[in-house]
Design a protein around this ligand. Structure first.
Ligand SMILES: Cc1ncc(C[n+]2csc(CCOP(=O)(O)OP(=O)(O)O)c2C)c(N)n1
Length: 667
């Protein structure tokens, strides 16, 4: 390599490796280094944008990738170019990805290493670092359930180990004995933060004990040691599925990202670690062993230079992406045949909760790749008993009690989806989705748009107030999610709808937030078809027809509106139950408002930024000429939801609705 001052400081044990393998290791090590050196030049010329350098850390990416079989998933981070090159991804595709061109992996929608590819069994990161770890749990869970004896390897930096996702993912993997290789690249700095400000124990590997997990420390610059040890560990995991934590000791030789420099890194550290360069040292070793000489080296390097230049030319010659709105919009959701299936004529009167339970059970019977996860959902049947008796019918593999960790379990759902399975995750209360917010809005929601990977996950959300349960067991937080492109949001008000919509949500390959109002669980009942059936999304139901006003609502508030109208039979209203908030049935809303000329929207959530506000704006924009009065929104107070019954009653909009409706009618 170019740095001739570097000494051989790494001691290699050749063992009985074949010459061919040693040369393959060398070539795989050299390739990302040569690409990076070229990228640094292009970066200085302003021809590519961002770059996170893995120089000095290549042995880890290459060693781990070579120790795994090509059908096994790897989840790399931002410094793992060697994973991509060792899996032989054509370079022009990588270059196109970094230039935001169409033949990259994200159609210009995401940058650098933020992509995955099923073709190469690589699942790239999202910027938030930690979620990778839980996603690996999901892929590994699928392997374990399929008994396919595969290992999943996931990377993180030592900085990423400070995130809650690390703790959650390792804990889940250990409790469930999942075949995951957690690879921590401890490279001394997380951006400018040195390890002593990142964690307060000697080795990250020491944390394995706390998780009940085998752990190892490996010299992250010694390709032979890495390859040998990881191969052995991977083989053992395939036979005896379990998670293993590996801390690779290495060093980040360049700035966090290329432009930011290394001013804060003491010179002597760079010098010491510079002597341990994984490429230079291995090259020297191979020369000493007589496996490399100047001729062979020159040939290998000039072949790489030619390959890099040829592929760069292809990517530079590729034209820039032409933005087309419809293409972008069409790729937010995976297409799905959203059909109504036939219902049986046989019906049975069911409470709201029983209809949900039956819908879930019939979906478990329909999809044998469907896994349920949630706190206390197995033998205990869930706190609301929706999954009561499920373990007996479907077994504990498919009806899984989870530790108390929303993030890792939602990430596990994502991993199951990547591995071709389906997941339903029960939030014990919808309020706790805040503890899994990041994977929902950043991982599940954006995955299909970013790299075409479906997120076949339904999150069940027992929600809503009126039961004096206070600020953390009563929220109806649908507006946290309707804001985010990529999510679907379903919110039924009646048992038959709940059953059919849940079955549809499970069929739909897109991520669905399924809101179940707790107040309806045991109070609302109706005749429900006994067979399996699906109810399509994006179709509101018209509960009552009238000419004077359009009442729009969803969830428990639908029943409050109906009650008000029952008490005021002289009011001639159209009543629309939205059923799904995303997609929203705007056609039904507009047709009704154009007929009645007046609209009132009743929502249980507090007012500002809620669904009612958007519906109001849509009506203004699309039906203005038909309106005889301003659109009225009725919602809860702008406070958290309080506990004491009389405070909660004041907070909720139920009693305010009648007055507002009458005021609108007399406008
Ligand atoms: C949740 C989150 N917080 C902060 C950042 C900004 N950030 C990106 S990489 C990074 C440092 C990561 O350090 P480490 O995990 O050790 O990996 P390294 O970059 O050293 O390879 C930071 C702070 C982020 N991407 N995500």
């Amino acid at each position: 390599m170019s740095n001739s001052k570097v000494f051989n400081k790494i001691k290699y044990k050749k063992g009985n490796y074949e010459k061919e393998l040693l040369l393959t290791l060398y070539k795989n090590l050299l390739k990302p280094r040569m690409i990076e050196e070229k990228m640094l030049v292009l970066l200085r010329q302003g021809k590519i944008s961002k770059w996170f350098s893995g120089i000095g850390q290549e042995a880890i990416s290459v060693g781990v990738t070579m120790a795994l079989n090509s059908n096994e998933y790897i989840l790399p981070m931002h410094r793992n170019l060697g994973v991509f090159t060792t899996r032989n991804i054509p370079l022009y595709r990588l270059f196109a990805q970094w230039q935001g061109k169409a033949s990259g992996f994200t159609k210009g929608r995401d940058r650098s290493f933020h992509f995955g590819t099923q073709q190469y069994n690589i699942v790239g990161m999202i910027s938030h670092l930690g979620p990778q770890l839980g996603v690996a749990d999901g892929i590994a869970l699928a392997s374990k359930l399929k008994n396919n004896k595969e290992v999943t390897a996931v990377f993180t930096g030592e900085g990423g180990t400070s995130e809650g996702d690390f703790h959650e993912a390792l804990n889940v993997a250990s409790v469930w004995q999942l075949p995951v290789l957690f690879c921590v690249e401890n490279n001394g700095y997380g951006l400018s933060t040195p390890t002593k400000e990142q964690y307060n124990c000697k080795n990250i590997a020491d944390k394995g004990v706390g998780y009940g997990m085998e752990s190892h420390i490996i010299d992250g610059n010694n390709i032979l040691k890495i390859y040998k040890k990881v191969s052995k560990i991977a083989m053992s995991i395939r036979e005896n599925p379990r998670p293993v934590l590996i801390e690779f000791k290495t060093f980040r030789m360049r700035g966090h990202e290329e432009a930011s420099g290394t001013k804060y890194v003491p010179e002597d550290l760079l010098e010491t670690w510079g002597k341990r360069d994984p490429v230079v040292n291995f090259e020297t070793f191979l020369r000493e062993e007589g496996l490399l000489n100047e001729n062979i080296e020159t040939k290998i390097k000039s072949d790489f230079i030619n390959e890099i230049n040829e592929h760069l030319e292809v990517s530079f010659n590729e034209s820039e992406i032409t933005p087309i709105e419809t293409i972008e919009l069409d790729d937010v959701y995976k297409s799905f045949d959203n059909q109504t299936t036939k219902k049986s004529t046989n019906t049975q009167e069911l409470r709201f909760i029983d209809a949900i339970s039956e819908g879930l059970k019939q979906s478990m019977e329909t999809h044998n790749n469907l896994v349920l996860m949630g706190q206390d959902i197995a033998d205990y049947g869930g706190v609301f008993k929706v999954t009561d008796g499920f373990v007996k019918q479907f077994g504990k593999d498919r009806v899984r009690n989870t530790p108390i960790c929303e993030s890792a379990i939602i990430e596990t759902g994502m991993g199951l989806s990547i591995a071709g399975m389906k997941a339903v995750v029960e939030m014990q209360f919808a309020d706790f989705a805040s503890s899994g917010f990041n994977p929902i809005v950043n991982y599940l929601a954006k995955s299909f748009y970013r790299w075409g990977q479906k997120a076949d996950v339904v999150i069940r959300m027992p929600c809503g107030g009126g039961i004096a349960a206070g600020p953390f067991h009563s929220q109806t937080n649908e507006a946290w999610f309707t804001k985010t492109p990529g999510l679907k949001v379903v919110y039924p008000a009646f048992p038959a709808d709940a059953k059919g919509l849940l079955a549809n949500a499970i069929n739909d390959p897109n991520p669905v937030l399924f809101f179940e109002h707790k107040g309806l669980y045991r109070t609302i009942r109706e005749d429900v078809p006994t067979s399996y059936y699906t109810t399509p999304f994006g179709k509101a139901s018209i509960l009552k027809s009238g000419n004077d006003v359009t009442v729009i609502s969803y969830g428990a508030a639908v029943h409050w509106a109906l009650e008000t109208l029952t008490n005021n039979p002289e009011i001639d209203a159209d009543v629309i139950d939205l059923r799904t908030l995303k997609p929203l049935d705007v056609a039904t809303i507009y047709a009704s408002v154009k007929k009645t000329g007046k609209a009132i929207i009743l929502q249980e959530d507090s007012l500002f930024g809620g669904v009612a506000s958007d519906i109001s704006a849509l009506i203004m924009e699309h039906c203005f000429e038909y309106l005889d009065a301003p659109v009225k929104r009725v919602a809860s107070m702008e406070t958290p939801i309080p506990f004491a019954k009389q405070l909660e009653t004041q907070y909720l909009p139920k009693t305010k609705f009648e007055k507002a409706l009458k005021a609108l009618l007399s406008y």
